[in-house]
Design a protein around this ligand. Structure first.
Ligand code: ATP
Ligand code: MG
Ligand code: MG
Ligand code: MG
Length: 516
């Protein structure tokens, strides 16, 4: 029998509370009360951050929860892929279990594996696990203990794969608690026999829809000190997070999260309210229908995100990212589905699918609908008054007809500046520092400046742009660091990033011909 999403969530909580002495802690709101450094709560650990930092007591030694998470902006920004793939959402639920100074690696791995194999009945032959392979530059050793644990739990070595810091080392910030993690990945189309394992293993962490990350288990065992060194923490913690929609897709035998009962009621709603052609489940680069299907996915995704944020008391005028998502949902409702009030009319369906797990989504639905109506009015007026201004811009720059200027108000001034500077750009390439200026000064997203480049048939020096971005980020982190004077590690990191920058610059570029 196929489990419903509701049953899958309950099974997770029951397993940890009833069988393994964990205390259930309910989801925090997605408004980041506990952490002003993020725009939204983006992981289960956010509400426990001060426990890891040692400034608050743990609610219990063992905790389990299912956390409402939003990943729009910041370190985790999945907005641009939403709708393009079947497993990244702006809003998703993260199932997690915690040990605060209680059990550590072996029990955490064993608990996770037992749950997947037992109650969820997943064939272990579909699983791949990753561990931290060490980092010579940072001087952190490989987590061979973790490797041995997975071996002893029955994984063949070909399915225990080492990865570097990006995927398998977790840090809270520039200093503070950190540690290696291990991740469980799952094959949606299990290969036939051991010979296939080597080929399938190449898909792990490669952004492939057939083999996706399911569960991240973080072992918080180190502290990163202000001088950049790493020391052992006195108390060691476990922090895990599993993507609920991904788990549901696996257990309901679906290749995409959107084909689960978390999303199909929304698709049915869109289809019947807008009298639209039925959702076909195709993805970009498969065939033409993908455009409509992608709109279905984005609208369903955004409707959930908007419901959750508004029900938690977040307001679009205080959160521009939320406002952007709302406007995107309005545009899709009107332009793709020709049904202006579609977004608001879908809210009761979200309340129906998520309301029992998160009661505020059900109880606040009326005010959510009212807030949407208000925001929609504001947007309508803005569109009406701007369309005149946009018409003037279009007579000046007819090329911009393809750009959604309403979505990106900074585009016009950015484009003007581009016109002034372009004759100084070498090799038909927009330099990275200019791209950085477009984002920093005019608020253009990467997506927007790529469009600009496409309009002009130019390339972008993305590598240099990303280095600029990294340097800027490191700089903004500095003042947050408790006034540690002459922070060597940070200085060093900035110097390294800058060295990288100068190295990347072609010799002729050093003269900085363009002026800004
Ligand atoms: P990915 O590499 O797939 O982007 P991640 O490494 O960014 O995932 P983590 O920060 O490790 O994700 O979060 C823990 C779990 O949350 C992931 O293993 C995944 O199952 C789930 N998850 C992460 N991002 C999303 C998302 N945007 N939508 C749905 N589930 C997600
Ligand atoms: Mg991610
Ligand atoms: Mg990952
Ligand atoms: Mg991960």
């Amino acid at each position: 029998r196929v489990l419903s999403a509701r049953e899958i969530r309950k099974t997770f909580i029951d397993y940890f509370t009833l069988n393994h002495e964990h205390k259930f802690v309910r989801s925090s709101p997605v408004v980041p009360f506990c952490d002003p450094t993020v725009a939204f709560v983006n992981a289960g650990m956010n509400q426990f951050k001060s426990v890891f930092l040692g400034t608050a007591a743990a609610p219990h030694k063992r905790v389990v929860n299912s956390q409402k998470c939003v990943r729009v902006g910041g370190k985790h920004n999945d907005l641009s892929v939403v709708g393009q793939d079947g497993y990244h959402h702006t809003f998703f639920e993260m199932l997690g279990n915690w040990s605060f100074g209680d059990y550590f690696k072996r029990e955490a791995c064993a608990l996770a594996l037992e749950l997947l194999r037992g109650p969820y009945n997943i064939d272990m032959g579909r699983l791949y696990v990753t561990y931290f392979g060490g980092d010579k530059v940072l001087g952190i050793p490989a987590d061979m203990e973790c490797f041995e644990i997975w071996r002893s739990l029955g994984f063949p070595t070909e399915r225990i794969l080492p990865f570097g810091c990006k995927d398998n080392f977790w840090e809270m910030g520039a200093t503070g608690p950190c540690g290696p993690c291990t991740e469980i990945h799952i094959d949606h189309i299990p290969g036939s026999g051991p010979s296939a394992v080597k080929e399938r293993a190449k898909l792990v962490n490669a952004g492939h829809a057939d083999l996706t990350e399911l569960w991240n288990l973080v072992f918080i065992q180190y502290n990163r000190n202000a001088d950049g060194s790493i020391t052992q923490l006195p108390a060691k913690h476990v922090d895990t997070g599993m993507g609920f929609e991904r788990l549901t897709a696996i257990l309901q035998n679906k290749s995409s999260n959107y084909d689960t009962d978390l999303f199909t009621p929304l698709f049915d709603g869109i289809q019947s309210l807008a009298k639209a052609p039925i959702y076909g489940g195709s993805f970009p680069d498969s065939h033409n229908a993908a455009l409509l299907d992608t709109s279905y996915r984005i609208l369903a995704d955004h409707t959930r995100m908007i419901s959750v944020c508004l029900a938690d008391g977040m307001l679009p005028d205080q959160n521009q990212k939320l406002r952007r998502v709302l406007r995107k949902a309005f545009n899709i409702s009107k332009q793709v589905f020709a049904h202006e009030n579609l977004l608001a009319e879908l809210i009761p369906i979200v309340a129906e699918t998520l309301g029992d797990a998160y009661p505020e989504i059900a109880s606040k639905q009326q005010s959510v609908i009212e807030l949407i109506a208000h925001e929609q009015d504001v947007y309508k007026h803005l569109c009406a008054s701007s369309s005149k201004a946009f018409a003037e811009v279009l007579t000046e720059f007819p090329k911009l007809d393809d750009i959604d200027l309403m979505e990106c108000p900074g585009f016009v001034p950015a484009y003007r500046e581009f016109q002034v500077q372009r004759s100084n750009f070498p090799n038909n390439t927009i330099p990275g520092d200019f791209l950085y200026k477009l984002t920093d000064t005019y608020g253009l997203s990467e997506e927007s400046f790529l469009k600009l480049a496409e309009l002009e048939n130019m390339n972008c020096d993305l590598e240099r742009y990303r280095a600029e971005l990294a340097v800027a980020k490191l700089r903004t982190k500095q003042p947050l660091r408790n006034g540690v004077a002459g922070d060597f590690a940070m200085e060093q990191r900035i110097a390294n990033a800058q060295a990288l920058l100068t190295k990347k610059l072609p010799a002729t570029d050093n003269s900085h011909k363009y002026t800004y």
